[in-house]
Design a protein around this ligand. Sequence first.
Ligand code: WQD
Length: 338
Amino acid sequence: MKVLVTGGAGYIGSHTLLQLLREQHEVLVFDNFSNSSPEALRRVKQLANADFEVCEGNIQDAGRLNEAFGHFKPDAVIHFAGLKAVGESAEKPLDYYAQNVSGSIELLQAMQRHDCRRLVFSSSATVYGEAKYLPYDEHHPLQPANPYGRTKYFVEEIIRDWAAAWQDASAVVLRYFNPVGADASGRIGEDPNGIPNNLVPYIAQVAVGRLQHLGVFGADYDTRDGTGERDYIHVEDLARAHLAAIAFSSTSKGCEAINVGTGRSATVIEMVKAFEQASGRAVPYKIEPRRSGDVARSLAAVDKAERLLGWTAKLDVADMCKTTWNWQSANPNGYRQE
Ligand code: WQD
């Protein structure tokens, strides 16, 4: 199948791209490299031993999208491209609405113009907000607590309306829990700009000696050990969920939102211990005050993914830490050469 992948050079995009190529799909990557590197694409080509097209452009650029769609004529789109830093989204909300919401509308319009009716969208469990109950199932109320989460929520709603209005359209909205880990090769992985906001990249940089210690944001939550509990999902499992969603979209109609998690959780301290075990390095930490906006616990209900997509997560926290360490130790500066 011909699949156009927006944001295909990014963390989750690059891992999904590798699996698409291994499954013999024809791919065009549409990316502006605003938070990713062409080096990731070069490495995916090597790993897959397969080629694909690249169109450098912003999804807000209707002309560029038109060129890509007109030339490639995709059967389906996987839409990863977007800004994703929660803190930054509160400082620059309009940038987030322009890039994530307006950009997604441009993409849907290009799909419509070129008669492409199948879409898989990168959403986030952050659309649920404060838990009314756990695990979060797909019927849980949607009350995102920050502009980033609201952009994902609005785009979900726009996609739902688009799919309802257009006969034969099929959209799958994947709500990711906490994606971590790297490809088993250690050649591609997460490469955050500057000091990482997220737990596992931060731990990895402490273990490799780039950062001195981890700040644990709160040890007084109502959890097993007082630290925040999350449903971490290996990026390789997550990538596989996209291939299952693309296959599902060939027989389904309308819009389905589906959680992508493991249904199991780990606390901050459990992740630190698992990472020490996997890396053989110490990860010193200090307990610090809670981070504003954090919830105590997050956990996915995973039965809908299994029922509709035939997909379940296979990899565990030990695999997540081991592959993160492989990637981080082989590429201490990420895709940068210095
Ligand atoms: C996990 C746990 C922190 C850093 C975020 C976004 C979400 C999605 C995934 C999407 C929490 C604790 C963290 C640190 C810590 N993003 N922590 N010290 O907040 O669950 O989800 O990333 O694109 O939308 O909100 O993930 O990795 O930041 O935090 O103690 O230095 O680790 O308090 O309990 P989070 P996270």
